[in-house]
Write a protein that binds this ligand. Structure first.
Ligand SMILES: Nc1ncnc2c1ncn2[C@@H]1O[C@H](COP(=O)(O)OP(=O)(O)OP(=O)(O)O)[C@@H](O)[C@H]1O
Length: 597
């Protein structure tokens, strides 16, 4: 338990209305990261802040901005037309929206302040364009802008927006914003902002950004690191369990039915996986297999922004027991206090994301539990891999021997409708592609991937034709790829949608006619061909066959060579990581540019 610090003990001036606001929110004391950051960031310091998930970093930048805006020595309430005072960037629309709400939760109890201090959200939605954002900005004259990198960049490029009064820049989840996905946009934004400003970088995993943090253009930043021994909060209990791929869905349903929790997040690897499993869980709810008092929601990056925000709002607001199936789009920053259970069907690509996913629970000293499912065998090494990164997990076992019924139901459900069946194949293929991009490739290797178990997990009856399967499964592929005892005609699976089924039948008929015609033509040509030509055609065919065989052999050899060299690199990386960590532990220092500050 960390020592509580009263707001009166804070080492800087705080406007009385801000103290009243935190009082109204029920925050009697400051969290350690707030106690250390607010005085620095309210003054003239750039800050680089790393502190565990759920430790209150948002208030640590919201309060300094409001303090300075509302009566500090710097700025009047009202900005000149086209100017703004503070810019907060976050990687997702959900998180930007959440930060926007935190600002408003300070202002709403004070109507007189609410009229003077205004915030605007800048995120891409289908409903509004950058032009709409600009019109609103010029009319509403907000001093605080909060948004995602792409939209903010487009907005700032307009000549109607003047950046010279921007005093504050905050990069929330800064390591994510400075990685290669967002870096270009963030750099473009930085070029548009004045150099004389305060910059704050915030994240629970900032050290992973390494040298990149210096790209944020800070002068003499103060490093604030409020991590406990471990890199996750003490109130967060992280477990792993070993479960074969084809039992994962059964175990998931079993845990949702039998565990006591208020709200749970289930992380799945891909958007298509979320939509597929969500549809099946809705069916399980209807058919009584999943407790009917459990509300099921889904959220992923391919949904419209408005629907994403609405789902998150409903999930946050409901008082009923609920579960949200999602991808990493909801891994960082999302703050829903009632979440007390987090399940991961597979570990994420990145160990840092693992911490963020788990960190959706066990926030603000509330107890929370996270469980990650690992395949027995090689994936157990992930536990040691995380230990090296100061994240400790303890093992938990469930009686999985009696499970398996859900899997059978899943397959039957999938085969009822061709659309579902195709959805399953897509989800499987997407998962293999996802798996191949793991950063810990020495553990998560396509060579050891459970192709058959995962295919069963996605309700497949036959392995799809994929280069990965041909290459890595080879002889181990079941007969013709069938995963069921009695193979059947896959063409016989109908679409539930009548029109789609009619169109499919039509296509089958047309393909049949075309094939017949082609066959007839070929036979006719053969009959008409001179004897000498026939021999020449046969020889040419044999020649082509030999050429193809030698080409295939060369490609296979090349792949094999590349693979063995890749592997040793990865092994080297892994050994390096262990070596570096040991060295750092001895010298008491932590590696990375963040710690060099
Ligand atoms: N002083 C405080 N006392 C009690 N609760 C607080 C205090 N400050 C913030 N909180 C609450 O703590 C929770 C977590 O805060 P916040 O979302 O800012 O965490 P974070 O450190 O940004 O987490 P993450 O790294 O996951 O984004 C929120 O529900 C917030 O309302």
């Amino acid at each position: 338990m960390v020592k509580s610090l009263s707001w009166d003990e804070i080492n800087c001036e705080i406007q009385p209305w801000l103290k009243e606001a935190v009082d109204i929110m029920g925050f009697a004391t400051m969290t350690p990261v707030q106690a250390s950051t607010i005085p620095m960031f309210s003054g003239n310091k750039d800050v680089v802040v790393e502190s565990v998930t759920g430790s209150g970093k948002t208030l640590a930048f919201v309060m300094p901005i409001l303090q300075n805006l509302s009566g500090g020595h710097i700025s009047p309430f009202k900005m000149k037309r086209g100017h703004f005072f503070a810019l907060i960037i976050s990687p997702t629309r959900e998180l930007s929206n959440q930060i926007f709400k935190v600002f408003n939760s300070f202002l709403t109890p004070f109507p007189e302040k609410e009229e003077l201090i205004k915030c605007q959200l800048l995120v891409g939605t289908g409903a509004s364009s950058v032009r709409d954002d600009l019109n609103h900005f010029l009319e509403y004259t907000p001093q605080i802008l909060i948004g995602t990198p792409g939209r903010v960049q487009d907005f700032l490029k307009s000549s109607a927006v003047k950046t010279s009064s921007c005093e504050y820049l905050v990069l929330d989840e800064a390591d994510k914003l400075l990685d290669m996905n967002f870096l270009k946009e963030v750099e473009n934004i930085l070029k548009l902002l004045p150099k004389q400003r305060r910059t704050g970088l915030f994240s629970a995993t900032l050290r992973s950004a390494g040298n990149q943090i210096f790209k944020a253009g800070m002068t003499n930043p103060v490093k604030i690191s409020v991590n406990s021994k471990s890199r996750n909060p003490e109130s967060l209990h992280i477990n792993y369990t070993l479960v074969p791929s084809d039992i994962k869905l059964d175990l998931l349903i079993h845990l949702l039915n039998t565990t006591k929790f208020k709200k749970c997040i289930v992380y799945l690897p891909t958007c298509v996986g979320v939509t597929y499993i969500y549809a099946f869980m809705k069916y399980l709810s209807k058919s009584g297999v999943l407790s009917d008092d459990l509300n099921v929601y889904s959220l992923h990056g391919k949904l419209q922004t408005s629907s994403r925000l609405k789902t998150l709002d409903t999930f946050s607001g409901t008082v009923s027991k609920s579960v949200l199936l999602t991808t990493d789009v909801a891994a960082r920053g999302i703050d829903i206090p009632e979440i007390d259970f987090v399940l991961q069907l597979d570990p994420p690509h990145d160990a840092e994301v693992f911490l963020h996913r788990c960190g959706r629970t066990g926030r603000a000293e509330k107890e929370g539990r996270a469980i990650v499912f690992l395949n027995p065998g090689r994936e157990e090494d992930y536990v040691r891999f995380l230990e090296v990164k100061n994240v400790s997990l303890s093992r938990v076992d469930f009686d999985i021997n009696s499970l398996g019924q859900v899997l059978r139901k899943f397959r039957d459900w999938s085969l009822e409708d061709r659309a579902r069946f195709e959805h399953g194949v897509k989800a499987y293929v997407a998962f293999i592609r996802y798996y191949s991009k793991h950063s810990a490739q020495s553990i998560f290797r396509l060579q050891n991937f459970d192709y058959i178990g995962v295919a069963k997990l996605y309700g497949l009856v036959r392995l799809p034709r994929m280069p990965e399967i041909t290459k890595y499964l080879g002889d181990r592929t079941p007969d013709d790829g069938w995963l069921v005892d009695s193979p059947f005609d896959l063409d016989a699976i109908p679409y539930a949608n009548k029109q789609m089924e009619l169109a499919r039948q039509q296509k089958i008929r047309e393909a049949g006619v075309a094939a017949d015609q082609k066959k007839q033509k070929r036979n006719q040509e053969k009959r008409n061909m001179a004897w000498s030509n026939k021999t020449a055609a046969k020889e040419a065919k044999a020649g082509r066959k030999v050429k193809m065989a030698s080409k295939r052999k060369a490609i296979e050899e090349k792949i094999a060579n590349e693979e063995s060299s890749d592997d040793s690199d990865i092994q080297e990386d892994w050994k390096d990581l262990v070596r570096k960590n040991k060295k750092c532990k001895h010298s008491g220092e932590v590696q990375g540019a963040f710690s060099d500050l």
